[in-house]
Design a protein around this ligand. Structure first.
Ligand SMILES: [Zn+2]
Length: 257
């Protein structure tokens, strides 16, 4: 049986790459096909009927025609436009950070429905919740679950002994938390406080709705960000582009205060 030439899929537009004068290649994250690339002809022409339905950070129903090298986008209808993610620069940077992580940690054509729904939920909650740092840490931990890098937080990842309620260490190369004794043998490790470990465990084991009421003070929030950013950076072996942008943006915001 041959596959039909035309097909439709729900998709989140996670990346847009310019091609030539007016065309674009879009990276779409879909529930059934995983990450796919679509050629969008004349998308950047002012008269393009598709452009509004294929904006970055939009959840759309997309029609495609199979091609030899790349499929061509033939139609699109917005499901959710996520307007706040496009009008508030801070929210834009958070959402691009999330989509960039999905892009970096996935290969084309690998179905992962849970990851699709995690990304969609994170984009929804960015618009409706104010606890953005907690939301991003929750997203990072559950993304890592889905792509096979779940950090070990329950016991020392090296000697497998239970962790004492003291300052332990997060060792990216070992893939989780180590006791103080084992952290000495690791090249790079970050100290992790008792409270930070508690929060990471709570985030790792629960849905966002369960954890969303958690109040975290700024120093603890920064500690969690440092640990997670260090681990993600290690895994990607380079700074995620949006993460660098996020840092720049925070610097700018701080200098305005
Ligand atoms: Zn140990």
């Amino acid at each position: 049986m041959t596959r039909p030439r035309n097909y439709q899929t729900e998709a989140i537009i996670i990346k847009k790459t310019r091609l030539g004068e007016a065309d674009s290649i879009l990276t779409l994250y879909t529930p059934e096909l995983g990450k796919i690339q679509g050629f969008a002809k004349s998308l950047r022409k002012p008269k393009s009927k598709l452009a509004g339905h294929l904006e970055l950070l939009t959840h759309s129903q997309v029609s495609l025609a199979r091609g030899r090298n790349i499929d061509t986008i033939t139609g699109s209808q917005t499901i959710t436009s996520f307007l706040p993610l496009k009008t508030d620069l801070t929210l834009t940077s958070y959402a691009l950070y999330a989509t960039e992580l999905v892009n970096q940690f996935t290969a084309d054509h690998i179905e992962n429905r849970t990851l699709f729904h995690l990304l969609l939920e994170t984009m929804e909650k960015l618009c409706s919740s104010s606890n953005h740092d907690l939301l991003l840490r929750h997203f990072e931990l559950h993304l890592l679950d889905e792509v096979g890098y779940r950090p070990q937080l329950q016991q020392c990842v090296v000697c497998h002994q239970p962790l004492e309620p003291i300052i332990n260490a997060f060792c990216s190369s070992a893939g989780g938390v180590t006791c103080p004794g084992c952290s000495a043998s690791q090249l790079v490790s970050y100290p992790i406080s008792v409270n930070a470990l508690k929060v990471l465990r709570f985030l790792q084991g629960n849905s966002y709705d369960t954890v969303s009421k958690l109040k975290i003070d700024p120093p603890l929030s920064r500690e969690l960000e440092t640990v997670m950013r260090g681990y993600l950076k290690y895994l990607l072996e380079r700074e995620v582009k949006s993460a660098a942008w996020l840092d720049d943006l925070k610097k700018q915001a701080n200098s305005l205060e």
